[in-house]
Design a protein around this ligand. Structure first.
Ligand code: SAM
Length: 215
């Protein structure tokens, strides 16, 4: 075996040692639950990964597709320098309103902007490019379209990353008839085969595919 299976104790160890989740983010998740939003925020260990990526590329401009309650946006903003901007696109107005409130509470309104609408439309009108990091975490059916629309907005040397790319353990099922799994398979293939990207898939939480833009 060429890998270490992620047991519960190992997962606990990683989360305890490297989690970048803080009290504000834990409270945000409680309020998100109380608001009836789905509990589909990124995992605490992914917060650490995103913050490392942001700092590694010296990110000053970040684009997120899919905000939900603002957990990942606020977590990412905490790793950005003064003067940085994070634009997050969110289709659901109730989610966007919630995020705006939490952004104000965390005094990050100078960094985070929430734009409401279908990301496939909004991406065509974004004029804040180039971005240093693009994080895709919205509807899985849209992932390949988001790659096509967002890659031109990413600077060379920037990173595009997407969540849930192990498709809840089903990504290797080539005979699947599940449209969501098929969409993620198409997306991973596009990321791995793209001539402008050097990519990998990290088996963290539900899986995260990353690609650095080469040209
Ligand atoms: C998985 S959640 C995002 C979680 C968030 N990134 C986090 O970790 O805190 C997906 C979000 O994408 C939004 N969404 C789904 N389809 C969308 C679309 N076409 N355009 C914009 N947002 C969309 C949903 O309303 C939902 O809030």
């Amino acid at each position: 075996m060429k890998y270490t299976p992620l047991t519960e104790p190992l997962h606990d160890y990683i989360c305890t040692t490297f989690s970048a989740e803080n009290d504000f983010l834990r409270q945000l998740k409680r309020e998100s639950d109380a608001a009836g939003f789905p509990a589909i925020h990124i995992a605490p260990e992914q917060v650490a990964l995103l913050q490392v990526l942001l700092r590694a590329v010296g990110a000053k401009r970040v684009l997120e597709i899919g905000a939900l309650a603002g957990y990942s946006a606020i977590a990412m903003a905490r790793a950005l320098p003064d003067g940085a901007r994070l634009l997050t696109l969110e289709r659901n107005p109730a989610h966007a309103e919630f995020v705006r409130r939490k952004v104000q509470e965390s005094a990050l309104e100078n960094i985070i902007e929430v734009r409401v609408g279908d990301a496939k439309q909004l991406l065509r009108t974004v004029d804040e490019a180039p971005f240093d990091i693009v994080f895709i975490d919205a509807d899985k059916a849209g992932y390949s379209a988001y790659l096509d629309l967002a890659l031109p907005l990413l600077r060379v040397g920037g990173i595009i990353c997407a969540d849930n790319t192990l498709a809840w353990g089903n990504i290797a099922d080539t005979g699947t008839s599940d449209a969501t799994v098929q969409a993620l398979q198409r997306f991973n293939h596009a990321m791995s085969a793209h001539p402008q990207l050097q990519s990998c898939l990290i088996p963290i939480a539900e899986g995260m595919t990353l690609g650095v833009k080469l040209s």
